[in-house]
Write a protein that binds this ligand. Structure first.
Ligand SMILES: *Cc1c(COP(=O)(O)O)cnc(C)c1O
Length: 403
């Protein structure tokens, strides 16, 4: 069976060159980088090289990079660390309704500890109103946290403008750039961010490693207490091989950024147009302007059917995609991002995400376009909702009329 992987926003395959540079650190160089002897020195140099590679990709200084275990850790660290460090300055944080759970759940936790959180709404395209953001600022605001790009829709947020607003009011700015890094140019200086998070497994490095950019002079309480690794900002013996892999992945991402983005963009556009043309009663989720979305992401709902059943049927053809809905405690709840965008519940349930990678081929896309329309039609023919269209008007018919 073919294996077509279109779920790169969930995780990416490890790049062969990344694996190559990692292997010696499992096989031969086993030292603890904090040790002063030869075994430690052998690996501490490799970590510093990786720090330079990560810093170069986002235009930071190496000393501003802290290695962490994953994107979720970085978001937790940035937000909780700020809340604790700046508690004497205020108790208000501004974020959005479409953030990753690593941000949303962290903020919800802080609410229980006496912090006020403003969750900015988005419009039907999933975009923010920056005037509303500015209006939300109070003299208690200590942090603005807005993701660079959304993992479900691919929407890109105007980070430079938000950075300018944060600077105008002297407020700290954190961005979850897990989806942006490697797909868009990311420049921490231009963006005016104080804290930025990236994750290895979303950019061709392995799982279990990431980086937190902490702008020089930014006071942040550590998440983990212990040894003095990472200049006291993150205790715990380094994941040496993972860090070396992350460095290489960042180097490759920088070298191939333009070409990879153009490649994914061309194929994504082909997939998007092909589906829009061949499958009636669809709804594109996210900004209609493709320039305002990540070059690799497409999120689309198909009226009358469940996203989960479409995924299972695509899986039978070897196509890996993902549904916008998350399986929460046995009940299928539509995604919070679709909810925030006021996507009708029935359409939110059928939202399907295709996220391409640098390895995606033209044949992959052609195959999806070959089997998807008929698969959707087959599921619709089995759907009682679809039949109803032919008899009397109902909620679904009304929904479909609106899309
Ligand atoms: C995947 C993802 C995360 C979490 O990263 P992990 O390394 O899996 O913890 C956070 N934010 C966004 C936008 C993501 O896509």
């Amino acid at each position: 069976m073919k294996r077509i992987y279109l779920d790169n926003n969930a995780t990416t395959p490890v790049h062969p060159e990344v694996l190559e540079v990692m292997l010696p650190f499992y096989r031969d160089f086993f030292g603890n980088p904090s040790s002063v002897h030869w075994a430690g020195r052998e690996v501490s140099g490799a970590i510093e090289k990786a720090r330079e590679q990560v810093a170069a990709l986002i235009n930071a200084a190496p000393a501003e990079i802290v290695f962490i275990s994953c994107g979720s850790e970085g978001d937790n660290h940035a937000i909780k660390g700020t809340a604790e460090a700046l508690r004497d300055k205020g108790n208000h944080i501004i974020t959005t309704t479409v953030e990753h759970p690593a941000v949303l759940e962290t903020c919800k936790g802080l609410e229980k500890k006496g912090f006020n959180i403003t969750y900015l709404p988005v419009d039907r395209d999933g975009m923010l109103n920056l005037a509303e953001l500015e209006k939300a600022i109070t003299d208690q605001t200590i942090l603005i946290s807005v993701m660079w790009a959304n993992n479900e829709t691919g929407n890109i947020y105007p980070i430079n403008e938000i950075g300018a607003i944060a600077a105008k009011y002297g407020i700290r700015f954190h961005t979850d750039a897990v989806q942006a890094v490697g797909k868009l140019p990311v420049d921490v200086q231009k963006a005016g961010v104080h804290l930025l998070v990236l994750s290895g497994h979303k950019i061709g490095a392995p799982k279990g490693v990431g980086a937190l950019y902490i702008k020089r002079g930014t006071r942040l309480t550590p998440l983990l207490d212990g040894g003095h690794q990472e200049r006291g900002r993150r205790a715990g013996t380094h994941n040496v091989a993972g860090i070396v892999g992350l460095g290489k992945a960042c180097e490759l991402a920088g070298e191939h950024l333009v070409e990879n983005a153009a490649h994914m963009r061309r194929l994504r556009d082909k997939l998007e147009q092909g589906i829009l043309d061949a499958v009636p009663d669809n709804k594109l989720n996210g900004h209609p302007d493709r320039d305002r979305r990540l070059p690799n992401s497409l999120n689309i709902s198909f009226a009358y059917i469940e996203g989960e059943s479409l995924l299972l049927n695509l899986d039978m053809y070897g196509i890996a995609a993902s549904s916008g809905s998350a399986c929460t405690s046995g009940s299928l709840e539509p995604s919070h991002v679709m909810g925030a965008m006021c996507v009708e519940v029935s359409l939110a349930h059928s939202s399907t995400r295709f996220s391409l990678g640098a390895e995606t081929t033209e044949e992959d896309i052609d195959f999806v376009l070959e089997v998807l329309p008929a698969t959707v039609q087959r599921l619709r023919d089995m759907s009682p909702l679809y039949d109803c269209k032919k008899t009397e008007p109902c909620e679904m018919c009304e929904t479909v009329k609106r899309i």
